[in-house]
Design a protein around this ligand. Structure first.
Ligand code: GLU
Length: 448
């Protein structure tokens, strides 16, 4: 390995030893940059990689709120402003009990490369809280969002840092967060958040963007392999916003999505999650706050597999749409045994590094999440443009731009990997293509 990369990696491992998710992504990304770092000895002199792995700013704060029983609760809030070289910090807010600094830093680091890949001017950031919205009342969610924003507002702004949704944060939460921001700032700066409702500056197509974008990317992979999405079977995990978009677009293009899952297990639907009624029910499942995949099985009379993941089902394409590290070696081995050909990551970092490199070694076509799920943040970037113009574009215009962005991300990744002599390696290609623009900007802007 390149000696400079090795040294920086060793340093991060020492300094951030207690942050496993962050170390995992740094290792995966830095190792894939070898060819470019070899070619640019000036990076080392400029301390480029040392700066790249250190967030520009980490904000951690107390979020006190009162539940419906009148009890005081205290959660921890975060915003990691990772890299602002190519634009204002941009990235979602995650409300989930697993949120901690390591998870925030891993997501902020990944977001830096993802946002660069979109070709829109957005830096990398991420935030959230260890608040678990499941089972909370609407009033509790609102009070929590208001308290969260009462601290966050001073660190963000349409030209500074633009949060959006992620796990546990959807349109309802963004509405409450924006209401409180507007009230405190006494200014109508709706470009401060994306994923807003259509009546106050939200972009058409933002809810669909991540899932639709992922399927557009899958189509590019299939085209490269002289294959077609028509007739393909897809196993998918999760049942949230991203999975919903995947199920709709994959069905529209002639594929069949046969699974969805939750923390309680997975459902197998041999007819496919392929009707408006089923898609609408996924939205209901999400807003119910029950966080149960079994509800789908009960409603549509399909088989439910308690406490199991869907990766043993024999399909053409696997698309994990739930959480980080849901696929390790046992799942990877199972997929290979089933003769899987396409492994398309959708959730952020759903695969352990060991399983990821194993699948690539065994010849599976692996597409990385930071490229595949970039459609969400891309349409967020388009929402920022619309808010700056004080105009709203037509849904079909936004969809066409999304498709174009996803086609370009695939092409840029393919080209970067080929130039590095790595063949059709979309994982390294995405890292190389995303890194290039950030590195050029950081080199031009001096030691900051
Ligand atoms: N949370 C999404 C992501 O991981 C979207 C972020 C955004 O729209 O800013 O990319």
């Amino acid at each position: 390995m390149n000696a400079y990369i090795e040294r920086v990696l060793e340093d991060v491992k020492k300094r951030d030893a207690h942050e496993p998710e962050f170390l995992q992504t740094v290792e995966e990304v830095l190792k894939s940059l070898e060819s470019m770092v070899d070619k640019h000895p000036e990076y080392e002199k400029a301390g480029l990689l040392e700066r790249l792995v250190e967030p520009e700013r980490v904000i951690e704060f107390r979020v006190p709120w009162v539940n419906d029983a009148g009890e005081v609760k205290v959660n921890r809030g975060f915003r990691v402003q990772f890299n602002g070289a190519i634009g204002p910090y941009k990235g979602g807010l995650r409300f989930a009990s697993h949120v901690n600094l390591s998870v925030m830093k891993f997501l902020g680091f990944e977001q830096t490369f993802k946002n660069s890949l979109t070709s829109l001017p957005m830096g990398g950031g991420k935030g959230g809280s260890d608040f678990d919205p499941n089972g909370k009342s609407d009033g509790e969610i609102m009070r929590f969002c208001q308290s969260f924003m009462t601290e966050l507002y001073r660190h963000i702004g349409p030209n500074v840092d633009v949060p959006a949704g992620d796990i546990g944060v959807g349109g309802r939460e963004i509405g409450y967060l924006f209401g409180q921001y507007k009230r405190i700032r006494n200014a109508y700066e709706n470009g401060v958040l994306t994923g807003k409702g259509p009546s106050f500056g939200g972009s058409p197509f933002r809810p669909e963007a991540t899932g639709f974008g992922a399927v557009y990317y899958l189509c590019e992979v299939l085209k490269h392999e002289k294959d077609d999405i028509k007739g393909k079977t897809i196993a998918m995990s999760g049942f949230g916003n991203v999975a919903w978009g995947v199920a709709i677009k994959a069905t529209q293009l002639g594929a069949k999505v046969v699974t969805l899952s939750g923390p309680d297990g997975y459902c197998y639907d041999p007819d496919g999650i392929a009707t408006q009624e089923k898609w609408d029910y996924m939205l209901e499942m999400r807003s119910s706050g029950r966080n149960q995949a079994k509800d789908y099985a009960d409603k549509f009379g399909v088989e439910f597999f308690p406490k199991q993941k869907p990766w043993g089902v024999k399909v053409d394409v696997c698309m994990p749409c739930a959480y980080q590290n849901e696929i390790g070696m046992p799942e990877a081995e199972q997929m290979l045994k089933n003769g899987l050909k396409y492994y398309i990551e959708v959730a952020n970092m759903p695969t352990t590094n060991e399983a990821l490199f194993y699948m690539m070694d065994k010849g599976l076509i692996v597409a990385p999440s930071k490229a595949v799920n970039a459609g969400g943040v891309s349409v967020s970037g388009l929402e920022m443009s619309q808010n700056s113009e004080r105009l709203t574009w037509k849904p079909e215009e936004v969809d066409a731009m999304l498709l174009n962005i996803m086609v370009n991300i695939h092409a840029a990744s393919e080209k970067a990997a080929e130039e590095a002599g790595l063949g059709y390696n979309l994982v390294a290609g995405a890292n190389l293509a995303g890194f290039k623009k950030v590195a050029d900007a950081m080199m031009a802007q001096g030691i900051v």
